[in-house]
Design a protein around this ligand. Structure first.
Ligand code: MG
Length: 383
């Protein structure tokens, strides 16, 4: 049995992962779960999968859960509890489906234990890519991407010599505002931003997909995962979300991985890698799809993407600031407190005010993350 510790078990990726583990209950065993506030769903998961350890980040939700969970269940609390859960649970794979930079420290903790991390929390690599790369080089831990684009690249690389890899092309659906007239951007509502044309995901990543910040994060993620310089990573708009990403080899061959837009495959593949397990889903029918289109990105429409790639290139603690500013700005946008176009403005200002340092410790990253959040919250409340 492969023991899986699943952080973020009540979100979109987490519940999908539970479907996979349910299908292959003779291969995978859930040993730990976590949620931020959804203690009721977590309670059902604990019962169904007979899980022995959990972490509940919100203290209110943890208090409620204590009354309902069996007394045999080991309950950790708070974001620090996530790290304790990773350090103290016996597991083979950490599936990290947390949202935001809170996922970074648990990724580090699992790699320090030389475990496999199936990474859906792309912010881990955005805020601390250099630290994670060092841990991977020094130990025997593994990082398997769950992000559909990076899973596609991993699948295209199977059996190939990494030295033959020339460049990669990450596809982007372009989100709901790919063709919205720019003069309408100031009045974009949270509901409109949450209406993604091809993928069903949690709220934060859906807004990141509307600003294309998500695509910028994915460029940084690819840079660290595949050890490629930024000039070898291209982004193309592909509204059908059928080609999940592609590779160009040094002989000019291009290999793409295609499929219907469904996270089930990348989640399951990260757990079973390098093996493939069956999925009974709708199959891609290119005859029915008809045509696949690709076009260049418009950076003036999507300033977040540009800010993200620039911060990634400069490196150090800048991507940490970028991510923290984005998390806070998206949070306030979803609450209706700031307009859509302020997201990029807030991030740009935070980046300009920051003097970058070498991102060499988890403590420094957590310090800069917290400082950035506090200063932006103060700024927003003052306005
Ligand atoms: Mg993706």
């Amino acid at each position: 049995m492969i023991k899986v510790l699943l952080l973020g078990s009540t979100g979109s990726i987490g519940t999908n992962a539970c479907n996979c583990i349910r299908r292959f209950s003779d291969t995978f065993q859930l040993v730990g779960l976590s949620t931020n506030t959804r203690s009721e769903i977590l309670g059902n998961q604990v019962k169904e999968f007979a899980v022995s350890s959990v972490c509940i980040c919100s203290s209110d939700a943890a208090e409620k859960a204590r009354a309902h969970l069996p007394s045999s269940v080991n309950i950790f609390e708070g974001t620090k509890g996530l790290v304790d859960l990773v350090r103290e649970t016996e597991f083979d794979i950490l599936l990290n489906a947390l949202v935001g930079s809170v996922g970074f420290a648990p990724t580090v903790a699992a790699l320090e234990r030389n475990k496999r991390v199936a990474l859906a929390n792309k912010e881990s690599l955005v805020v601390g890519g250099d630290i994670i790369t060092n841990l991977l080089a020094q130990g025997s831990g593994e990082l398997i991407p769950v992000d559909s684009e990076h899973s596609a690249i991993l699948q295209c690389l199977n059996g190939e010599d990494n030295a033959a890899l020339e460049s990669i092309t990450i596809t982007a659906s372009g989100g709901p505002f790919r063709e919205t007239p720019i003069e309408k951007f100031p009045s974009i509502t949270p509901q409109e931003a949450l209406n993604h044309p091809t993928w069903t995901m949690g709220n934060k990543i859906t807004v990141d997909s509307a600003t294309l910040m998500n695509k910028g994060f994915e460029v940084i993620e690819a840079h660290h995962l595949f050890r490629l310089s930024f000039d070898k990573i291209r982004v193309l708009i592909h509204p059908q979300s059928i080609v999940h990403s592609m590779i160009t080899f040094h002989d000019g061959a291009v290999i793409a991985q295609c499929g219907i837009p469904d996270m089930e495959l990348p989640i399951q593949y990260a757990l079973s890698y390098p093996k493939r397990l069956p999925i009974q889903s709708t199959r891609l029918d290119l005859g029915a799809v008809g045509s696949l289109t690709f076009s260049e990105l418009d950076f003036t429409r999507f300033p977040c993407l540009k800010l993200c790639i620039e911060a990634g290139k400069k490196g150090g603690t800048l991507p940490t600031v970028l991510n923290a500013a984005n998390e806070i700005a998206v949070h306030y946008f979803l609450k209706g407190a700031i307009p859509f176009i302020r997201i990029a403005e807030i991030i740009e200002r935070a980046l300009n005010l920051h003097s970058p340092r070498t991102a060499d410790s988890v403590a420094l990253i957590e310090e800069i993350d917290a400082e950035t959040r506090n200063s932006i919250i103060k700024g927003i409340i003052k306005k």
